[in-house]
Design a protein around this ligand. Structure first.
Ligand SMILES: *Cc1c(COP(=O)(O)O)cnc(C)c1O
Length: 387
């Protein structure tokens, strides 16, 4: 463990001084829910490419999005996503902007009838699906087909908690609730003919996926797959073609498909970094290796929680998330102390979302196994001092 100079604290910042950094490279372990950690290898490559990419004498940020260097970056990013995610050719892979939240309106705006006569089914299983529902109501009849808000989003609705609409245009769900730490381990099964649309922001590519089950599968990159500002949309081409044709040009999916994700200037650096991230996933052994790693990390932390009477975890066991793990100490004061002490030891960003309090450890693809080990070690030690 090395002692480092204190972090400069900006105006109003109350960040405690970091006294040690547990990562072998001298960085902190970052449990941020998003923007989240990135692999060190990816960051080092990006450092080089910021200066000079492909030996062009120009950095990635400075290349025109219409010239051959960026042609290559974009083509490789798409090809690598297709290979790693096993995406069939009748699916488009698009890079969009506006953050994942702009999909909340773009989806219903494109696919629900203009006279608002269509129905879409939405699961309300957390903060983001709740917001998506609010937006979708501007465009059609929204049936909340499953809703666990009344129990604090502690589980995924199942069985008779779910009421689908026959003839719905699509059924929308948030595959992993980033804020509440619950995850669909089985996809919803709406009536035949109802398309599935998925917000997979915080768990896209956490394990192998069969996108053929979905009409549209999207994620903001900043949780599991890259930097903020870039949205990855993987969608069946014939579904996208059903979108209205009299919407603003940049709000139609077909525009992005036709223009290969660059109708206007795309977020070039974001696309580059998503590409690097997917190459990194491939070097690790692809999505099967990601699943193994992610299961090992979360398993370790849940084992610690299950064996403790000090920590409480709000999510029901069968629905808990492999990506975002929520837990709390017996008092809010101890939660605060936990986060402050952890931060001093280089275990960063463990405070829960402002709506839940407590702690949240996000263990996305980029988090090494050592990050989960360091967290468990600290949890046990904290418990032994305060339990
Ligand atoms: C973070 C997140 C969003 C919102 O992403 P923005 O890019 O900030 O708009 C939406 N859905 C889920 C599941 C998320 O985790």
């Amino acid at each position: 463990m090395t002692t480092l100079t204190p972090k400069p604290s900006g105006a109003g910042s109350s960040a405690p001084t970091i006294v040690s950094r547990p990562s072998p490279s001298g960085r902190c372990f970052n449990y941020s829910a998003g923007p989240g950690a990135l692999p060190e290898e990816v960051l080092k490559q990006a450092q080089k490419d910021l200066w000079d990419i492909f030996n062009t004498g120009v950095g990635i940020l400075e290349h025109s999005h219409r010239r051959s260097t960026f042609d290559r970056v974009l083509a490789e990013a798409e090809a690598d996503i297709r290979e790693v995610g096993n995406i069939p050719s009748d699916y488009a892979v698009l890079f969009m902007q506006g953050g994942a939240s702009s999909q909340f309106h773009t989806i219903p705006m494109n696919f629900l009838a203009k006279d608002k006569s269509d129905t879409a089914d939405y699961f309300d299983t957390g903060e983001w699906s709740h917001k998506a529902i609010r937006e979708a109501r501007l465009f059609g009849k929204i049936n909340v087909c499953g809703d666990t808000s009344s129990t604090g989003y502690d589980h995924i609705p199942k069985g008779n908690e779910v009421r689908y609409t026959t003839g719905a245009k699509y059924c929308y769900f948030e595959s992993n609730s980033t804020v509440y730490g619950i995850q669909f381990h089985q996809d919803p099964s709406p009536p035949a003919g109802v398309e599935l649309v998925v917000d997979a922001c915080s768990d896209m590519f956490w394990k192998p996926v069969d996108v053929r089950k979905y009409a549209l599968y999207y994620a903001g990159a900043q949780k599991n797959l890259g930097p903020a500002g870039t949205v990855i949309v993987i969608a069946r081409r014939d579904f996208l073609e059903k979108g209205h044709k009299d919407l603003p040009w940049l709000l139609q999916y077909r525009t992005f498909e036709k223009e290969q994700s660059r109708p206007n200037t795309p977020a070039t650096f974001g696309i580059y970094l998503v590409g690097q991230m997917v190459k990194w996933i491939r070097r690790q052994g692809g999505l099967k290796a990601m699943e193994q790693l992610n299961r090992a990390k979360a398993g370790m932390v849940y084992e610690c929680l299950d064996g403790s009477s000090f920590y409480k975890a709000p999510a029901r066991k069968e629905d808990r998330s492999f990506m975002n793990i929520l837990f709390r100490c017996p008092t809010a004061e101890l939660d605060r102390q936990f986060c402050a002490e952890a931060e001093k030891r280089g275990l960063d960003a463990l405070a829960g979302h402002r709506s839940t309090g407590g702690m949240r450890a996000s263990l996305y693809n980029s988090m090494p196994i050592e990050g989960a080990e360091a967290l468990v070690k600290f949890m046990k030690e904290f418990e032994s001092r305060h339990g």
